[in-house]
Design a protein around this ligand. Sequence first.
Ligand code: T4K
Length: 360
Amino acid sequence: MTPLYVTQPSLATLERYSELLGGVWERGILTHNGPLVQRLEKELQARLGVRHLATVTNGTIALQLAIRALGLKGEIITTPFTWVATVSAILWEGCRPVFADIDPETLNIDPECIEEKITRDTVAILPVHVYGNPCDTVTIGDIARRHGLKVIYDGAHAFDVRYRGAPVVEEGDVTALSFHATKLFNTGEGGACVSTDPELDERIRRLRFFGHNTKKDVVEVGLNGKMTEIHAALGLVNLEIADAVAAKRHHDAGQYRALFRGHPDLRFQKHDPEAYNDSYFPLIFRDEEQLLRVERALNDEQIFPRRYFYPTVNTLNAILPYVAMPIAEDISRRICCLPLYRNLTQEDITRIADIVLEHL
Ligand code: T4K
């Protein structure tokens, strides 16, 4: 039995990738803002409809660079329902994460909970577009303006999402994207910072390149966050198949939804179909016992869904003191992402859904 994992990377053909790599070999330029990195940035800007996009080595570094470029020092309000990278980036940059609980329907940070967490030390809000579902950017923007706070969106899952007719990744001061192998669009490892302000974009570019300015003088403390030509080449060819990848995912997620819709024990993340990239297929169960029973049954058939995100990051005692986040913790115990990727067949989806429904 071929195992079915939660995801598999969407990859263009090896032939197509080799074609671009041929040029890399000829030029001998592997990194330092080479021609393919520049081309990928232009193509991503055009595809996503954004003005400033700087590629980096991964989504975690994108978050760190965003925090650093905005000069943040103090408390950053964020969600407990996310991958550990959201919080480790805050800690790594010497700031303090303060959690605000989530909306049980959208699974994004609840704007009402943000406001009550604001103190004199708050410097920013760092919400996550969870599974690509856009946050309430209007209310969050309004809170930030009223309190003089910066906003960084963790858009690791939000590739290609348009919300209210505009790219959601242009909301806030900076949005951090991830192009990890498991993401909708991937460069193997990779990521990007999207910013709305040209000076901020320039600073991010400087910080990702050892703090060099365009003349290569060191003008501040930077790090090495540069994407290589090898990764950019993969990004360029994967961008060519991005429409086909998106169409297949929307179709397959729709098929899952049709098979589960109406079951009294199952629930989907509340989302606007026009602003959802189906980058994951999260399913919310009645309780954890039911989820574990289904997970065991799937594992017995060599099917491996993933409990994104379990446990919630506010419970990670090794890096943070615990603060209760009842809604996020409840959802986290009973949510699971089912396999969703390009090579999954219609039979696979039906088989997975049958096993789920049989073991509820
Ligand atoms: N913010 C948020 C909200 C995020 O979700 C993430 C990352 C970040 C920030 C940080 O972005 P990056 O710094 O990673 O760019 C994955 C990813 O490592 C991570 O990128 C992602 N979020 C997180 C949600 O999930 P795992 O622990 O699930 O990976 P793994 O190795 O268990 O892979 C899952 C399945 O994917 C495997 O069962 C098989 C398949 N797979 C995986 C890899 C790596 C492949 O088929 N090929 C592969 O190369 O973490």
